[in-house]
Ligand binder design. Structure first.
Ligand SMILES: Cc1ncc(COP(=O)(O)O)c(C=O)c1O
Length: 489
Protein backbone atom coordinates (compact mmCIF):
# COMPACT_ATOMS: atom_id res chain seq x y z
CA UNK A 1 0.00 0.00 0.00
CA UNK A 2 2.97 2.28 -0.48
CA UNK A 3 1.01 4.51 -2.84
CA UNK A 4 -1.56 5.43 -0.21
CA UNK A 5 1.05 6.14 2.37
CA UNK A 6 3.13 8.22 0.04
CA UNK A 7 0.20 10.51 -0.54
CA UNK A 8 -1.01 11.08 2.98
CA UNK A 9 -0.02 14.41 4.39
CA UNK A 10 -1.44 15.76 7.61
CA UNK A 11 -2.16 19.41 8.08
CA UNK A 12 -1.73 20.34 11.72
CA UNK A 13 -3.42 23.69 11.22
CA UNK A 14 -6.53 22.23 9.65
CA UNK A 15 -9.82 22.22 11.54
CA UNK A 16 -10.44 18.76 10.10
CA UNK A 17 -9.70 15.91 12.54
CA UNK A 18 -6.60 13.90 11.74
CA UNK A 19 -8.54 10.66 11.39
CA UNK A 20 -10.81 12.42 8.84
CA UNK A 21 -7.78 13.65 6.89
CA UNK A 22 -6.38 10.13 6.79
CA UNK A 23 -9.73 8.57 5.92
CA UNK A 24 -10.33 11.13 3.13
CA UNK A 25 -6.92 10.71 1.52
CA UNK A 26 -7.03 6.91 1.53
CA UNK A 27 -10.55 7.07 0.13
CA UNK A 28 -9.35 9.32 -2.71
CA UNK A 29 -6.59 6.85 -3.52
CA UNK A 30 -9.02 3.95 -3.57
CA UNK A 31 -11.58 5.72 -5.71
CA UNK A 32 -8.97 6.92 -8.20
CA UNK A 33 -7.64 3.37 -8.64
CA UNK A 34 -4.22 4.02 -7.12
CA UNK A 35 -5.00 1.63 -4.30
CA UNK A 36 -6.45 -1.40 -5.95
CA UNK A 37 -8.82 -4.17 -5.06
CA UNK A 38 -7.36 -6.70 -2.61
CA UNK A 39 -4.33 -4.57 -1.74
CA UNK A 40 -3.56 -4.71 1.96
CA UNK A 41 -3.52 -1.53 3.99
CA UNK A 42 -0.59 -1.22 6.39
CA UNK A 43 -1.38 -2.51 9.87
CA UNK A 44 -2.80 0.00 12.31
CA UNK A 45 0.48 0.05 14.19
CA UNK A 46 2.62 0.53 11.08
CA UNK A 47 0.43 3.30 9.75
CA UNK A 48 0.33 5.04 13.13
CA UNK A 49 4.12 4.90 13.35
CA UNK A 50 4.53 6.18 9.83
CA UNK A 51 2.20 9.12 10.24
CA UNK A 52 3.25 9.67 13.83
CA UNK A 53 -0.27 9.56 15.20
CA UNK A 54 -2.04 7.58 17.87
CA UNK A 55 -3.22 4.06 16.86
CA UNK A 56 -6.81 5.05 17.75
CA UNK A 57 -6.69 7.69 15.01
CA UNK A 58 -5.90 5.03 12.42
CA UNK A 59 -8.56 2.67 13.79
CA UNK A 60 -11.16 5.43 13.42
CA UNK A 61 -10.08 6.15 9.83
CA UNK A 62 -10.16 2.45 8.90
CA UNK A 63 -13.56 2.04 10.56
CA UNK A 64 -14.99 4.79 8.42
CA UNK A 65 -13.56 3.21 5.28
CA UNK A 66 -15.07 -0.11 6.28
CA UNK A 67 -18.45 1.46 6.94
CA UNK A 68 -18.45 2.71 3.37
CA UNK A 69 -17.46 -0.76 2.14
CA UNK A 70 -14.23 0.57 0.67
CA UNK A 71 -12.15 -1.82 2.76
CA UNK A 72 -12.74 -5.14 4.46
CA UNK A 73 -11.15 -6.34 7.71
CA UNK A 74 -10.03 -9.94 7.77
CA UNK A 75 -9.48 -11.18 11.32
CA UNK A 76 -5.88 -12.13 11.95
CA UNK A 77 -4.79 -10.99 8.50
CA UNK A 78 -5.34 -7.28 7.99
CA UNK A 79 -7.41 -4.68 6.20
CA UNK A 80 -7.90 -5.03 2.44
CA UNK A 81 -9.23 -2.71 -0.25
CA UNK A 82 -12.68 -3.98 -1.15
CA UNK A 83 -13.49 -1.61 -3.96
CA UNK A 84 -13.08 -1.78 -7.73
CA UNK A 85 -12.88 -5.52 -8.21
CA UNK A 86 -11.25 -5.93 -11.63
CA UNK A 87 -13.51 -7.39 -14.25
CA UNK A 88 -12.10 -10.93 -14.29
CA UNK A 89 -11.43 -12.56 -17.62
CA UNK A 90 -14.30 -15.03 -17.30
CA UNK A 91 -16.73 -12.21 -16.57
CA UNK A 92 -15.58 -10.04 -19.40
CA UNK A 93 -17.50 -10.23 -22.57
CA UNK A 94 -15.41 -9.33 -25.55
CA UNK A 95 -17.49 -6.87 -27.50
CA UNK A 96 -18.47 -9.25 -30.23
CA UNK A 97 -19.47 -11.85 -27.65
CA UNK A 98 -22.50 -9.68 -27.11
CA UNK A 99 -23.69 -10.73 -30.51
CA UNK A 100 -22.26 -14.24 -30.37
CA UNK A 101 -24.26 -14.93 -27.23
CA UNK A 102 -27.58 -14.04 -28.81
CA UNK A 103 -29.23 -15.38 -31.90
CA UNK A 104 -29.03 -12.81 -34.65
CA UNK A 105 -31.72 -13.14 -37.26
CA UNK A 106 -31.48 -11.11 -40.48
CA UNK A 107 -33.97 -8.72 -38.90
CA UNK A 108 -31.93 -8.07 -35.77
CA UNK A 109 -30.80 -4.47 -35.59
CA UNK A 110 -27.17 -4.92 -34.67
CA UNK A 111 -25.60 -1.88 -33.02
CA UNK A 112 -23.36 -4.20 -30.99
CA UNK A 113 -20.74 -5.38 -33.43
CA UNK A 114 -17.85 -3.04 -34.19
CA UNK A 115 -16.56 -5.14 -37.08
CA UNK A 116 -17.84 -4.92 -40.63
CA UNK A 117 -20.47 -7.41 -41.71
CA UNK A 118 -19.37 -10.06 -44.25
CA UNK A 119 -21.34 -8.45 -47.10
CA UNK A 120 -18.70 -5.68 -47.05
CA UNK A 121 -15.73 -8.04 -47.44
CA UNK A 122 -13.94 -7.78 -50.83
CA UNK A 123 -14.00 -11.53 -51.37
CA UNK A 124 -13.59 -11.57 -55.15
CA UNK A 125 -10.49 -9.36 -55.25
CA UNK A 126 -8.91 -11.22 -52.39
CA UNK A 127 -9.53 -14.53 -54.12
CA UNK A 128 -7.67 -13.20 -57.18
CA UNK A 129 -4.73 -12.20 -54.95
CA UNK A 130 -4.72 -15.61 -53.27
CA UNK A 131 -4.72 -17.51 -56.55
CA UNK A 132 -1.90 -15.33 -57.89
CA UNK A 133 0.19 -16.18 -54.82
CA UNK A 134 -0.51 -19.89 -55.13
CA UNK A 135 0.47 -19.90 -58.82
CA UNK A 136 3.56 -17.82 -58.20
CA UNK A 137 4.97 -19.19 -54.93
CA UNK A 138 3.67 -22.76 -54.94
CA UNK A 139 4.87 -24.63 -51.83
CA UNK A 140 6.92 -21.64 -50.57
CA UNK A 141 3.70 -19.99 -49.54
CA UNK A 142 3.22 -22.74 -46.96
CA UNK A 143 6.64 -22.87 -45.30
CA UNK A 144 7.61 -21.26 -42.00
CA UNK A 145 8.02 -17.53 -42.46
CA UNK A 146 10.35 -14.91 -41.06
CA UNK A 147 8.91 -14.15 -37.56
CA UNK A 148 9.25 -10.44 -38.29
CA UNK A 149 6.98 -10.87 -41.29
CA UNK A 150 7.11 -11.37 -45.05
CA UNK A 151 9.56 -8.74 -46.25
CA UNK A 152 7.52 -7.43 -49.25
CA UNK A 153 4.49 -7.03 -46.97
CA UNK A 154 6.59 -5.09 -44.47
CA UNK A 155 7.69 -2.82 -47.33
CA UNK A 156 4.07 -2.36 -48.41
CA UNK A 157 2.77 -1.47 -44.93
CA UNK A 158 5.79 0.77 -44.40
CA UNK A 159 4.61 2.75 -47.45
CA UNK A 160 1.12 2.99 -45.97
CA UNK A 161 2.57 4.26 -42.70
CA UNK A 162 4.75 6.84 -44.47
CA UNK A 163 1.65 8.01 -46.28
CA UNK A 164 0.20 8.78 -42.84
CA UNK A 165 3.35 10.74 -41.96
CA UNK A 166 5.06 8.05 -39.87
CA UNK A 167 8.81 7.77 -40.35
CA UNK A 168 9.91 4.15 -40.21
CA UNK A 169 12.20 1.57 -41.79
CA UNK A 170 11.42 -2.08 -42.48
CA UNK A 171 13.36 -3.06 -39.36
CA UNK A 172 10.79 -1.17 -37.26
CA UNK A 173 7.92 -3.17 -38.69
CA UNK A 174 6.64 -6.35 -37.09
CA UNK A 175 3.79 -8.24 -38.75
CA UNK A 176 1.28 -9.61 -36.25
CA UNK A 177 -1.73 -11.90 -36.28
CA UNK A 178 -4.20 -9.11 -35.52
CA UNK A 179 -3.98 -6.07 -33.26
CA UNK A 180 -5.08 -8.15 -30.29
CA UNK A 181 -1.91 -10.18 -30.65
CA UNK A 182 0.08 -6.96 -30.88
CA UNK A 183 -1.28 -5.78 -27.53
CA UNK A 184 -0.62 -9.19 -26.03
CA UNK A 185 2.97 -9.24 -27.32
CA UNK A 186 3.64 -5.86 -25.77
CA UNK A 187 2.17 -7.05 -22.46
CA UNK A 188 4.14 -10.28 -22.61
CA UNK A 189 7.41 -8.88 -23.89
CA UNK A 190 7.68 -5.61 -22.02
CA UNK A 191 5.81 -5.85 -18.72
CA UNK A 192 7.03 -7.41 -15.51
CA UNK A 193 4.26 -8.67 -13.18
CA UNK A 194 2.98 -5.85 -11.01
CA UNK A 195 4.16 -3.08 -13.34
CA UNK A 196 1.61 -0.39 -14.02
CA UNK A 197 -0.22 0.17 -17.29
CA UNK A 198 -2.31 3.29 -17.58
CA UNK A 199 -5.37 3.05 -19.79
CA UNK A 200 -8.19 5.37 -20.75
CA UNK A 201 -11.44 5.12 -18.85
CA UNK A 202 -13.42 3.61 -20.56
CA UNK A 203 -11.24 1.50 -22.84
CA UNK A 204 -11.10 -1.56 -25.10
CA UNK A 205 -11.81 -4.77 -23.12
CA UNK A 206 -9.45 -6.97 -25.12
CA UNK A 207 -6.50 -4.79 -24.13
CA UNK A 208 -7.43 -4.90 -20.45
CA UNK A 209 -7.62 -8.68 -20.63
CA UNK A 210 -4.15 -8.84 -22.18
CA UNK A 211 -2.69 -6.63 -19.43
CA UNK A 212 -4.47 -8.50 -16.63
CA UNK A 213 -3.27 -11.82 -18.04
CA UNK A 214 0.34 -10.67 -17.44
CA UNK A 215 -0.53 -9.60 -13.91
CA UNK A 216 -0.05 -5.95 -14.70
CA UNK A 217 -1.51 -3.32 -12.45
CA UNK A 218 -4.09 -1.56 -14.60
CA UNK A 219 -4.99 1.99 -13.64
CA UNK A 220 -7.59 3.89 -15.61
CA UNK A 221 -7.49 7.61 -16.32
CA UNK A 222 -10.69 9.49 -17.24
CA UNK A 223 -11.34 10.70 -20.74
CA UNK A 224 -12.52 14.21 -21.51
CA UNK A 225 -14.24 15.26 -24.74
CA UNK A 226 -10.84 16.20 -26.26
CA UNK A 227 -8.82 13.25 -25.04
CA UNK A 228 -7.39 11.87 -21.84
CA UNK A 229 -7.49 14.17 -18.80
CA UNK A 230 -3.95 15.55 -18.59
CA UNK A 231 -4.23 16.48 -14.91
CA UNK A 232 -5.44 13.02 -13.94
CA UNK A 233 -2.83 11.46 -16.22
CA UNK A 234 0.08 13.34 -14.71
CA UNK A 235 -1.20 12.60 -11.21
CA UNK A 236 -1.41 8.87 -11.98
CA UNK A 237 2.00 8.90 -13.64
CA UNK A 238 3.59 10.48 -10.57
CA UNK A 239 1.86 8.08 -8.24
CA UNK A 240 2.35 4.84 -10.14
CA UNK A 241 5.45 5.35 -12.34
CA UNK A 242 3.91 3.37 -15.20
CA UNK A 243 5.79 1.32 -17.74
CA UNK A 244 3.14 1.83 -20.39
CA UNK A 245 0.25 4.05 -21.42
CA UNK A 246 -2.30 2.41 -23.75
CA UNK A 247 -4.34 4.89 -25.84
CA UNK A 248 -6.54 5.17 -28.91
CA UNK A 249 -6.07 8.83 -29.87
CA UNK A 250 -8.37 8.69 -32.91
CA UNK A 251 -12.04 7.68 -32.64
CA UNK A 252 -11.42 5.96 -29.35
CA UNK A 253 -13.19 2.68 -28.65
CA UNK A 254 -15.81 2.88 -27.13
CA UNK A 255 -16.36 6.66 -26.89
CA UNK A 256 -15.47 7.84 -30.41
CA UNK A 257 -13.42 10.65 -28.84
CA UNK A 258 -10.39 12.03 -30.70
CA UNK A 259 -7.47 13.78 -29.03
CA UNK A 260 -6.59 17.33 -29.96
CA UNK A 261 -3.18 17.97 -31.47
CA UNK A 262 -2.08 19.64 -28.22
CA UNK A 263 -3.07 16.70 -26.07
CA UNK A 264 -1.23 14.31 -28.37
CA UNK A 265 1.84 16.49 -28.12
CA UNK A 266 1.57 16.74 -24.37
CA UNK A 267 1.38 13.00 -23.75
CA UNK A 268 4.46 12.51 -25.92
CA UNK A 269 6.25 15.06 -23.72
CA UNK A 270 5.05 13.28 -20.58
CA UNK A 271 6.36 9.95 -21.86
CA UNK A 272 9.81 11.47 -22.23
CA UNK A 273 9.68 13.34 -18.92
CA UNK A 274 8.56 10.32 -16.91
CA UNK A 275 10.22 7.62 -18.99
CA UNK A 276 7.37 5.38 -20.08
CA UNK A 277 6.28 3.88 -23.39
CA UNK A 278 3.05 4.63 -25.23
CA UNK A 279 1.07 1.92 -26.96
CA UNK A 280 -0.99 3.59 -29.67
CA UNK A 281 -3.86 1.48 -31.00
CA UNK A 282 -4.71 3.15 -34.28
CA UNK A 283 -7.46 0.77 -35.24
CA UNK A 284 -9.49 3.14 -37.39
CA UNK A 285 -7.71 6.30 -38.66
CA UNK A 286 -9.11 5.78 -42.16
CA UNK A 287 -12.60 6.79 -41.12
CA UNK A 288 -12.39 10.54 -40.61
CA UNK A 289 -15.58 12.32 -41.58
CA UNK A 290 -14.32 15.82 -40.86
CA UNK A 291 -11.97 17.98 -42.96
CA UNK A 292 -9.05 16.94 -40.78
CA UNK A 293 -7.40 13.59 -41.40
CA UNK A 294 -6.88 11.60 -38.21
CA UNK A 295 -3.15 11.93 -37.56
CA UNK A 296 -1.56 9.14 -35.54
CA UNK A 297 0.33 10.01 -32.37
CA UNK A 298 3.28 8.15 -33.84
CA UNK A 299 3.75 10.99 -36.34
CA UNK A 300 4.88 13.23 -33.47
CA UNK A 301 7.05 10.64 -31.80
CA UNK A 302 10.32 12.57 -31.77
CA UNK A 303 11.55 10.65 -28.71
CA UNK A 304 10.82 7.23 -30.22
CA UNK A 305 8.58 6.13 -27.38
CA UNK A 306 5.44 5.12 -29.25
CA UNK A 307 4.67 1.53 -30.22
CA UNK A 308 2.13 1.81 -33.00
CA UNK A 309 -0.46 -0.90 -33.68
CA UNK A 310 -2.52 -1.16 -36.83
CA UNK A 311 -5.26 -3.70 -37.37
CA UNK A 312 -6.58 -4.90 -40.71
CA UNK A 313 -9.81 -6.07 -39.09
CA UNK A 314 -11.94 -2.95 -39.22
CA UNK A 315 -11.22 -1.74 -42.73
CA UNK A 316 -10.62 -5.13 -44.31
CA UNK A 317 -11.45 -8.59 -42.94
CA UNK A 318 -11.20 -9.56 -39.26
CA UNK A 319 -10.94 -13.29 -39.91
CA UNK A 320 -7.62 -12.86 -41.73
CA UNK A 321 -6.00 -12.03 -38.37
CA UNK A 322 -3.49 -9.56 -39.79
CA UNK A 323 -1.98 -6.37 -38.50
CA UNK A 324 1.35 -4.69 -37.93
CA UNK A 325 3.40 -2.95 -35.27
CA UNK A 326 5.82 -0.09 -35.76
CA UNK A 327 8.25 -0.39 -32.89
CA UNK A 328 11.10 1.69 -31.50
CA UNK A 329 14.35 -0.24 -32.04
CA UNK A 330 15.01 -0.35 -28.29
CA UNK A 331 12.07 -2.79 -27.83
CA UNK A 332 12.10 -4.53 -31.22
CA UNK A 333 14.06 -7.56 -30.08
CA UNK A 334 11.90 -8.23 -27.04
CA UNK A 335 8.75 -8.00 -29.13
CA UNK A 336 10.22 -10.28 -31.76
CA UNK A 337 11.02 -12.87 -29.07
CA UNK A 338 7.46 -12.58 -27.75
CA UNK A 339 6.12 -13.07 -31.25
CA UNK A 340 8.26 -16.14 -31.88
CA UNK A 341 7.21 -17.78 -28.66
CA UNK A 342 3.54 -17.04 -29.41
CA UNK A 343 3.00 -18.39 -32.91
CA UNK A 344 6.43 -18.43 -34.65
CA UNK A 345 5.04 -16.29 -37.44
CA UNK A 346 1.82 -15.01 -38.94
CA UNK A 347 0.40 -17.17 -41.77
CA UNK A 348 2.71 -16.87 -44.76
CA UNK A 349 -0.03 -17.51 -47.28
CA UNK A 350 -2.20 -14.70 -45.93
CA UNK A 351 0.72 -12.27 -45.65
CA UNK A 352 1.59 -12.91 -49.29
CA UNK A 353 -2.02 -12.56 -50.41
CA UNK A 354 -2.37 -9.31 -48.49
CA UNK A 355 0.81 -7.97 -50.08
CA UNK A 356 -0.57 -8.79 -53.56
CA UNK A 357 -3.90 -7.22 -52.66
CA UNK A 358 -2.23 -4.03 -51.41
CA UNK A 359 -0.09 -3.71 -54.53
CA UNK A 360 -2.91 -3.99 -57.05
CA UNK A 361 -4.84 -0.90 -56.03
CA UNK A 362 -7.76 -3.04 -54.86
CA UNK A 363 -7.06 -1.82 -51.32
CA UNK A 364 -7.71 1.85 -52.17
CA UNK A 365 -10.86 0.95 -54.06
CA UNK A 366 -12.20 -1.11 -51.19
CA UNK A 367 -11.33 1.64 -48.74
CA UNK A 368 -13.37 4.06 -50.83
CA UNK A 369 -16.35 1.70 -50.83
CA UNK A 370 -16.17 1.22 -47.06
CA UNK A 371 -15.67 4.93 -46.35
CA UNK A 372 -18.67 5.85 -48.50
CA UNK A 373 -20.87 3.26 -46.87
CA UNK A 374 -19.80 4.19 -43.35
CA UNK A 375 -20.09 7.92 -44.02
CA UNK A 376 -23.74 7.47 -44.92
CA UNK A 377 -24.42 5.35 -41.86
CA UNK A 378 -22.49 7.76 -39.64
CA UNK A 379 -24.46 10.84 -40.67
CA UNK A 380 -27.74 8.95 -40.53
CA UNK A 381 -26.94 7.77 -37.04
CA UNK A 382 -25.88 11.21 -35.81
CA UNK A 383 -29.03 12.81 -37.23
CA UNK A 384 -31.32 10.20 -35.73
CA UNK A 385 -29.68 10.44 -32.31
CA UNK A 386 -29.86 14.23 -32.33
CA UNK A 387 -33.51 14.23 -33.23
CA UNK A 388 -34.97 11.25 -31.43
CA UNK A 389 -33.12 10.67 -28.20
CA UNK A 390 -34.66 12.22 -25.09
CA UNK A 391 -32.81 15.32 -23.95
CA UNK A 392 -31.42 13.66 -20.86
CA UNK A 393 -29.53 11.11 -22.91
CA UNK A 394 -26.09 12.65 -23.39
CA UNK A 395 -23.72 12.01 -26.24
CA UNK A 396 -20.88 13.62 -28.05
CA UNK A 397 -20.82 13.53 -31.83
CA UNK A 398 -17.51 12.00 -32.93
CA UNK A 399 -15.67 13.31 -35.98
CA UNK A 400 -15.35 9.85 -37.45
CA UNK A 401 -15.09 6.17 -36.69
CA UNK A 402 -17.77 3.63 -36.02
CA UNK A 403 -18.88 4.23 -32.46
CA UNK A 404 -21.35 6.45 -30.63
CA UNK A 405 -21.22 6.51 -26.82
CA UNK A 406 -24.39 7.42 -25.00
CA UNK A 407 -24.78 8.27 -21.34
CA UNK A 408 -28.27 7.41 -20.13
CA UNK A 409 -29.96 9.22 -17.27
CA UNK A 410 -28.69 8.00 -13.88
CA UNK A 411 -31.79 6.00 -13.02
CA UNK A 412 -31.49 3.92 -16.20
CA UNK A 413 -29.29 0.86 -16.11
CA UNK A 414 -27.74 -0.25 -19.42
CA UNK A 415 -28.21 -3.96 -18.67
CA UNK A 416 -31.93 -3.47 -18.13
CA UNK A 417 -32.19 -1.54 -21.34
CA UNK A 418 -30.16 -4.23 -23.09
CA UNK A 419 -32.62 -6.93 -22.02
CA UNK A 420 -35.70 -5.10 -23.19
CA UNK A 421 -33.99 -4.12 -26.46
CA UNK A 422 -32.91 -7.71 -27.11
CA UNK A 423 -36.50 -8.90 -26.72
CA UNK A 424 -37.30 -6.60 -29.62
CA UNK A 425 -34.39 -7.80 -31.71
CA UNK A 426 -32.13 -4.83 -31.17
CA UNK A 427 -28.68 -5.25 -29.67
CA UNK A 428 -25.91 -2.89 -28.56
CA UNK A 429 -22.83 -3.08 -26.34
CA UNK A 430 -23.56 -2.28 -22.68
CA UNK A 431 -20.99 0.15 -21.28
CA UNK A 432 -19.86 -2.27 -18.55
CA UNK A 433 -17.71 -4.09 -21.10
CA UNK A 434 -15.32 -1.19 -21.30
CA UNK A 435 -14.18 -0.71 -17.71
CA UNK A 436 -11.33 -2.31 -15.82
CA UNK A 437 -13.09 -1.66 -12.53
CA UNK A 438 -16.22 -0.06 -11.16
CA UNK A 439 -18.10 0.31 -14.45
CA UNK A 440 -20.42 3.16 -15.22
CA UNK A 441 -23.72 1.37 -15.36
CA UNK A 442 -25.61 3.72 -17.56
CA UNK A 443 -23.51 4.04 -20.70
CA UNK A 444 -24.01 2.20 -23.96
CA UNK A 445 -22.02 1.95 -27.19
CA UNK A 446 -23.79 1.97 -30.52
CA UNK A 447 -21.74 0.93 -33.50
CA UNK A 448 -22.51 1.41 -37.18
CA UNK A 449 -20.11 -1.29 -38.39
CA UNK A 450 -22.61 -4.06 -38.95
CA UNK A 451 -26.02 -2.40 -38.94
CA UNK A 452 -27.66 -1.80 -42.32
CA UNK A 453 -28.24 1.80 -43.34
CA UNK A 454 -31.95 1.03 -43.76
CA UNK A 455 -32.21 -0.23 -40.15
CA UNK A 456 -30.74 2.83 -38.42
CA UNK A 457 -33.90 4.91 -38.38
CA UNK A 458 -36.09 2.13 -36.98
CA UNK A 459 -33.34 1.15 -34.54
CA UNK A 460 -32.87 4.58 -33.01
CA UNK A 461 -36.61 5.23 -32.86
CA UNK A 462 -37.10 1.94 -31.06
CA UNK A 463 -34.24 2.54 -28.67
CA UNK A 464 -35.44 6.03 -27.85
CA UNK A 465 -38.94 4.64 -27.25
CA UNK A 466 -37.58 2.03 -24.86
CA UNK A 467 -35.62 4.66 -22.99
CA UNK A 468 -38.68 6.89 -22.72
CA UNK A 469 -40.76 3.97 -21.56
CA UNK A 470 -38.28 3.13 -18.87
CA UNK A 471 -38.11 6.73 -17.84
CA UNK A 472 -41.87 6.94 -18.07
CA UNK A 473 -41.54 10.08 -20.12
CA UNK A 474 -44.42 11.38 -22.13
CA UNK A 475 -44.23 9.61 -25.48
CA UNK A 476 -45.69 12.62 -27.19
CA UNK A 477 -42.99 14.96 -25.97
CA UNK A 478 -41.59 16.91 -28.87
CA UNK A 479 -38.71 14.83 -30.16
CA UNK A 480 -36.58 17.65 -31.55
CA UNK A 481 -33.63 18.40 -29.37
CA UNK A 482 -33.10 22.02 -28.55
CA UNK A 483 -29.39 22.13 -28.91
CA UNK A 484 -26.42 19.98 -29.57
CA UNK A 485 -24.91 17.89 -26.79
CA UNK A 486 -23.05 18.94 -23.74
CA UNK A 487 -19.83 17.14 -22.83
CA UNK A 488 -20.52 13.87 -21.10
CA UNK A 489 -17.44 12.32 -19.69
C1 LIG B 1 -9.51 -0.85 -30.23
C2 LIG B 1 -9.29 -2.23 -30.73
N1 LIG B 1 -8.04 -2.70 -30.78
C3 LIG B 1 -7.77 -3.93 -31.21
C4 LIG B 1 -8.79 -4.77 -31.61
C5 LIG B 1 -8.45 -6.16 -32.07
O1 LIG B 1 -8.26 -6.13 -33.46
P1 LIG B 1 -7.78 -7.39 -34.29
O2 LIG B 1 -9.00 -8.03 -34.87
O3 LIG B 1 -6.86 -6.83 -35.33
O4 LIG B 1 -7.07 -8.32 -33.36
C6 LIG B 1 -10.11 -4.34 -31.58
C7 LIG B 1 -11.20 -5.22 -31.98
O5 LIG B 1 -12.36 -4.96 -31.84
C8 LIG B 1 -10.36 -3.03 -31.12
O6 LIG B 1 -11.60 -2.53 -31.07
Amino acid sequence: MKNCIKQISLDDHSTEHRYMQIYRQIKESILSGLCQYEERLPSVRAMAALLQVNAVTIVKAYDLLEKEKLVRKVTGSGTYVDYGRPVVVEDTLMEDDVQRSVFISPDTINFASATPSPDLFPVRDFKTALLEVLDRDQGYAFGYQDPKGYEPLRTAVGKMAKHLGIQCENENIQIISGAQQGIDLVAKGLLYPGETVLIERPSYGGAMQAFFSRNARVVDVPLEPDGISLDALEFSIRETRPRLLYVMPNFQNPTGISYTHDKKKKIIELSEKYNFLILEDDYLNELSFSDEPAAPLKVMDQHDRVIYIKSFSKMFMPGLRLGYLIVPMRVAEKLLAAKQSSDISTSGLLQRALERYLSTGAWEQNLQVLCNEYRQRFHRMAWMLEHYMPNNVKFLKPTGGLNFWLKLPDQLNSQMLYKSAMERQLIFAPGELFYARKPDENCIRLSIAAVKFSQIEAGIKLLSQLIRLRLKLDQKETPLRAEYRDPIL
